[in-house]
Design a protein around this ligand. Structure first.
Ligand code: G6P
Length: 611
């Protein structure tokens, strides 16, 4: 959600900024803009894709050694050229881009209107910029000081980059709640919402913290807190190659990421799970093992697909560790004054590590003394950094807006974590523990095997492409997978879909069943098998169309269902890691036949950094 790029140094800034913005496209956006300094401030902005802006600036003089660029996801004011960033100040000398929301902007706008300021957009960003300029003019302080004063007065979230016509080598940047990474080059600096815009130039990066302000020049990076005290920049070495964020021959990032799962799951297990030795090595878990073993309750907070991973974990942790688990939408948890007791553990699950609701939820829980665990994919992200412990999912950069490989990574990490706690606690038998370790170790190969039949799902997608609605049903460990299957289909094909526990279907959704309604059953072989067979029969009796995800060797369901996809047999506890993959493919192919831009579906953002 909103991408930010900046450059200052000896190179041409425009191509760096534009390429960087393209790499951040996955975050979701509706308009694009850049500001350059070339004998004065030049701002180009356009509603639509980065490519639309590129077309719009053809033939213009884009020479500049400093630049800031932005992809906007509308919050205040419709997507339009006018509301796109960068915004310029009343004097026309300052340009600023902003990711986040200024909550008290209306009050500040009123004050500025009374002073005679005019606004050309509906955005909170233009208000903040003019507020900074106003302080700069009236308080006889320099721009850096004005930014600091302004930021202390505002409430909300922000990452801002600001350039000034009168200081043509400097970018002033600051963050609170929205990510900012600064790449350190030789005589040059790069800025981005994540590290992808700077990958080919430098591997040395600084993750800016909340309430920090950076003064960035080609050969100087000064970091300060809002109290004007210098902070030493902590330089981290990036462990990411350019190839990881490119499509590698696939038509879409989503497809590439689905097909990467055998290797991303292996990366997630690597160095942690040793089925032969019967060990799980997770240093973040080990460090806090006493707190985890004796936890009175585990509360999992997350949003979207990550919330579904949390639901699967609830079933697994309660089964193996006998610890009560609650799974909360972070957006609800943060506002509803939840009861957090001593001995409670909070697990935050997040691909991006930047989701605003999840981040604030754990900040609040931390204030109340809870121990926070982060299960995060993006290395160095905010959630990873504020957690007391945790584990990375190691799925690599996920670019497609719909989460796929990060989801299976979350399931693997949470399952390993549950097994480790259960083993330490003694709540699992040795035999079951060993069996499940082997089952987990076998997952990458099984995912690779089922991916070989991906074309079967293409045929199923073609058959049901005109459906207006779909139902997804599952029981037990596969119930959250039914929810995830429905979410994926909605996101990627725009078909209205709902997920339900299969038995709950009788309490409402069954009223929707007609000859044209596809009902997807996630029905791999498990202890609920006979029950779900009855549910399939109930749908068939009402002439619904059944698409079933079943285990190889199932002799019952294929005889009942209209369409079947087979996955390799697995223990019911690890089955969700397999059964979610065909549902990812089904929504991908549905999206493709229905002409959806699957990597960037409308209105969605990869990283939701506003609440
Ligand atoms: C957005 C994305 C989803 C993701 C959710 C939570 O809605 O489009 O794919 O599941 O945010 O994101 P997180 O990064 O916290 O997992």
């Amino acid at each position: 959600m909103c991408g930010i790029v900046g450059y200052t140094g000896p190179r041409e800034a425009y191509p760096i900024v534009i390429t960087g913005l393209k790499r951040l496209e996955y975050r979701g956006y509706d308009s694009t803009g850049v500001a350059l300094l070339n004998g004065g401030l030049k701002v180009y902005k356009k509603k639509g894709r980065v490519a639309d802006l590129e077309e719009n600036v053809l033939g213009k003089d884009l020479h500049s050694n400093i630049g800031i660029g932005h992809t906007r996801w509308a919050t205040h004011g419709e997507p339009s050229d006018r509301n796109a960033h960068p915004h310029t100040s009343g004097s026309g000398k300052l340009a600023m881009i902003h990711n986040g929301i200024i909550e008290n902007y209306a009050q500040i706008k009123k004050e500025l209107l009374n002073k005679g300021y005019h606004f050309t957009s509906d955005t909170d960003t233009e208000v903040l910029l003019n507020f900074i300029e106003d302080i700069n003019k009236n308080n006889e302080c320099n721009l850096e000081e004005a930014v600091r004063i302004a930021l202390k007065r505002i409430t909300g979230a922000y990452c801002i980059l600001l350039i000034d016509e009168d200081d043509p080598e400097t970018i002033i940047a600051a963050r609170k709640g929205s990510p900012l990474v600064i790449g350190v080059g030789k005589g040059e600096h790069f800025l981005g919402s994540d590290a992808s815009p700077m990958l080919e130039y430098t591997k040395e990066v600084v993750y800016v913290n909340d309430y920090e302000l950076a003064i960035v020049r080609p050969d100087e990076l000064i970091l300060k807190n809002l109290g004007n005290e210098k902070v030493t920049p902590f330089v981290t070495k990036l462990d990411m190659e350019l190839a990881a964020i490119e499509k590698g021959g696939y038509d879409h990032f989503m497809l590439k990421e689905i097909f990467e799962q055998p290797s991303t799951i292996l990366d997630c297990l690597r160095g942690r799970l040793d089925a032969n030795a019967g060990t799980i090595t997770m240093s973040g878990v080990q460090k806090n093992i006493e707190a985890l073993k004796s936890a009175h309750r585990i509360i999992i907070v997350a949003c979207g697909t990550s919330w579904h991973a949390g639901l699967v974990a609830e079933y697994i942790i309660e089964e193996l560790c006998r610890i009560p688990v609650e799974v909360e939408y972070a957006s609800e948890f943060r506002y509803r004054n939840p009861v957090i007791n001593k001995g409670d553990i909070i697990i935050a699950v997040s691909q991006s590590g930047e989701t605003a609701d999840t981040l604030v939820a754990i900040e609040k829980a931390k204030e109340q003394g809870a121990v926070i665990f982060g299960i995060v994919n993006a290395v160095g992200s905010s959630i990873a950094r504020i957690s007391d412990g945790g584990a990375y999912t190691h799925a690599g950069p996920e670019i497609g807006v719909a989460s796929t490989k990060a989801f299976t990574g979350q399931l693997v990490v949470l399952t390993m974590m549950a097994l480790k706690i259960a083993k330490e606690k003694g709540s699992i038998s040795d035999e079951r523990y060993r069996h499940l370790l082997q089952e987990l170790a076998d997952v990458p190969e099984k995912v690779a095997a089922l991916l070989k039949n991906a074309d079967d799902l293409k045929i199923i997608a073609e058959k049901y492409k005109d459906a207006s609605d779909a139902l997804f049903l599952g029981r037990g460990y596969n119930f959250p997978i039914a929810l995830e299957g429905a979410l994926k289909l909605k996101e990627i094909s725009y078909i209205h879909a709902e997920g339900y526990p299969a038995a709950e279907m009788k309490h409402g959704p069954i009223a929707l069943v007609t000859e044209t309604l596809p009902v997807v059953f996630v029905a791999t072989k498990d202890s609920y098998h006979e029950k779900i067979v009855s549910n399939i029969q109930e749908i068939k009796a009402r002439k619904g169309k059944v698409i079933a995800i079943v285990s190889e060797g199932d002799e019952v369901i294929p005889g009942l269902a209209d369409d079947v996809f087979f996955v390799p047999p697995a223990d019911e506890l690890v089955a969700p890691i397999l059964s979610c993959v065909p549902l990812q493919l089904l929504s991908y192919y549905m999206g493709i036949v229905r002409g959806v831009d699957v990597d960037k579906p409308r209105n969605l953002a990869k990283s939701v950094t506003v609440e």
